[in-house]
Design a protein around this ligand. Sequence first.
Ligand code: GRF
Length: 203
Amino acid sequence: MNIGVLVSGRGTNLQAIIDASKDGKIKSRVVVVISNKRDAYALLRAEKEGIPAFFLSSKNKTPEEYDKEIIGIFENYKVDLVVLAGYLKILSGVLIEKYKDRIINIHPALLPSFGGKGFYGENVHRAVLDAGCRVSGCTVHFVRLEIDKGPIIVQKCVEVLDNDTPETLAERILPHEHQALVEAIKIIEEGRYKIEGMRVKRI
Ligand code: GRF
């Protein structure tokens, strides 16, 4: 599969996909990267790997207009699977419909808890700690219109420690995100699944 990755930040999840494909852990490869932030380090990572990388400004554009531009680029690069890897802009229905069941997202908590509007970055981990959870983790899921809701492909658990801060918890969850994302891509590229409602069953 040709993967198109949407990013907003440092891009360690993007790097994990690129590395897995170089190491032969997955057959798919990242063919294009698009960021809604000009200074996203993820863009530099892509360039270093020789992968076309674009900054798309959302200024004076409706979410639909913006997503149509993304679709234009993805069509040029024949993208089959879209990965949201730390992408902090909400998708419009235009993009979600175009790549139905072909867009996945990585979230740094165990959904359906600690997801939805406002649950991004450190906010997620702070909320997990404030709620007194003994475990957290990460979730890779298919994207639906509702934020952070969609059939779950892979989850990983991470223990919460007594002296955890949002930063330390985020740091311990991150490598699990990288692993979960690669596992999810492998499941999809091998077609070893079927979606039944909110469940993704292995076949
Ligand atoms: C990750 O924690 C991801 O789960 C969240 O944003 C962060 C992005 O990290 N959605 P990176 O840009 O992939 O390093």
